[in-house]
Design a protein around this ligand. Structure first.
Ligand code: PLP
Length: 461
């Protein structure tokens, strides 16, 4: 006779099977075992429940910023199910399909400037990779095939495929995935909080932009195709000085270099505008999106190109169309149906306004609290993208020794207290679902301040 598996036995089995059969990225098998997963079993709104019935408050939109509508939405589930029943998939090479056309039109309505045409793929890395292909095609089509290099910035993240990894300063990627793609050139990050002392933000913005121009001249403008730069680099929440992106735009125009604004993380409402670049009154040549476009319900990514770029790519009324590579699942109807449901919800529930209002409140509360905490160096962000930089010395901005792993301790303390927050280095980050209510963000304030205070209490000094 078989005996019923107890919850503990089931947990043990799932953890061991996970370690053996599922390769987790960024988490060692040892940590998976120590944390017994954790094993998520269901999620609803801004809450995730584990196998023991513990309910975590999710200030990370699922963990990696994708669940922008929160979890478990029936309206999205219905639209997705209905699309699967009607027509789950046909190739974009053979047919055009209505959900992708409708979604691309809706994206064009909310995108800044003349960004009109979506090239649909399956995730953020593919969106970035496709954007670089599109940019190279643009230059080739214009008779400049020598323009192939891409500039990217330190501390940025653009994905894990060869292009994404090559545009990343991660030393792990650089070591483990070597050789990376040639022609990717690293620039310094524009890290306002860590600017040289005595410099205003404006002066620093100018200096960072000048460094870009200097690098372009060093490389030779005739070799540079594009710059990959998030309007607001999300990992460390590097809100730029107000003049920086305007100058970047001018420099790109001066040397016929296209700006790929990677908004995989911040796009589609997260910063309190549909796109992050809108805060700075600049229009990129290509915007990449993923996560928020389908709220994590079905994978989808897109490179959204401006009409100006498309006019070159589809020259001579379409007969001289440049090459772009596609995927089996490009413009997948089910993913596009999910995208339409998400954009409907954002519009109908005025979620961009919600993000702006609740984000401002949360940022103000955290700043007020941070002023009294000796280790809160900086609190920055826009909308529902907030970073809290912890430092050893607030006056000198001296960081904690990296080996203390202060940021990591904060996210661990959060998880112990059933609160999901993240840290990159010692920058603790919050990026909740756009649907988070005032009560939710109040609870998130309590969650993150408690996690930080607990972690600071564990430090050697
Ligand atoms: N670009 C940015 C700015 C990202 O934040 C990410 C993922 O976090 C990516 C690209 C890669 O997207 P994906 O993980 O869907 O491949």
């Amino acid at each position: 006779a078989t005996t019923e598996e107890t919850t503990d036995e089931r947990k043990h089995r799932l953890v061991e099977d996970s370690v053996r059969y599922v390769w987790r990225h960024g988490v060692s098998t040892d940590s998976t075992r120590r944390a017994q997963g954790p094993i998520a079993v269901r999620a609803s709104g801004v809450q995730v429940e584990d196998i023991d019935g513990n309910v975590y408050l999710d200030a990370l939109a699922g963990g990696s910023a994708a669940a922008t509508l929160g979890h478990g939405r029936e309206d999205v589930a219905d639209r997705v199910a209905s699309q699967i029943r009607t027509m789950q998939w046909v190739s974009l090479r053979t047919f055009i399909n209505e959900p992708s056309i409708e979604l691309a039109k809706r994206i064009a309505e909310v995108a800044p400037g003349d960004l009109t045409t979506s090239f649909f793929v399956c995730d953020g890395s593919e969106a970035v990779e496709s954007a670089t292909q599109l940019v190279k095609s643009y230059h080739r089509q214009r008779g400049n095939p020598g323009k192939t290099k891409f500039l990217y910035r330190k501390t940025g993240y653009h994905g894990t495929t060869l292009v994404g990894a090559s545009a990343s300063s991660s030393s792990e990627f650089r070591t483990w995935f070597a050789p990376l793609a040639p022609g990717f050139v690293e620039l310094d990050a524009c890290y306002t909080y860590r600017r040289p002392s005595g410099m205003t933000e404006e002066e620093y913005g100018e200096a960072c932009a000048q460094a870009i121009e200097d690098e372009i001249l060093r490389q030779g403008p005739e070799t540079v195709a594009g710059i990959l730069a998030e309007a607001i680099p999300a990992a460390l929440v590097l809100t730029p000085p107000p003049n920086y992106l305007r100058r970047l735009r001018e420099i790109c125009d001066k040397y016929d270099i296209l700006w790929i604004d990677d908004e995989v993380f911040i796009g589609v409402g997260r910063t309190g505008t549909y796109f992050g670049s809108e805060h700075y009154g600049v229009v990129p040549d290509v915007i990449t999106v993923s996560k928020g476009i389908t709220g994590g319900y079905v994978p989808l990514g897109a490179a959204i190109a401006s009409q100006r770029v498309m006019d070159v790519l589809i020259a001579d009324g379409g007969t001289g169309q440049a090459k772009v590579s596609g995927h089996t699942y490009s413009a997948h109807p089910v993913a596009c149906a999910a995208g339409l449901a998400v954009l409907d919800a954002i519009r109908d529930e005025k979620l961009v306004d919600n993000v702006r209002d609740q984000g401002e409140w949360l940022l103000a509360q955290l700043r007020a609290w941070g002023r009294t905490n000796p280790h809160v160096g900086d609190v920055r962000g826009k909308g529902f993208l907030i970073g809290i930089e912890l430092v050893r010395d607030k006056e000198t901005r001296e960081p904690f020794p990296a080996e203390w792993g202060v940021g990591g301790k904060v996210s661990k303390a959060g998880m112990r207290n059933l609160f999901m927050c993240r840290a990159t280095g010692d920058v603790v980050t919050l990026f909740p679902a756009l649907v988070a209510t005032h009560d939710d963000v109040r609870a998130m304030f309590d969650g993150v301040t408690k996690a930080i205070e607990e972690a600071l209490g564990e430090l050697p000094e």
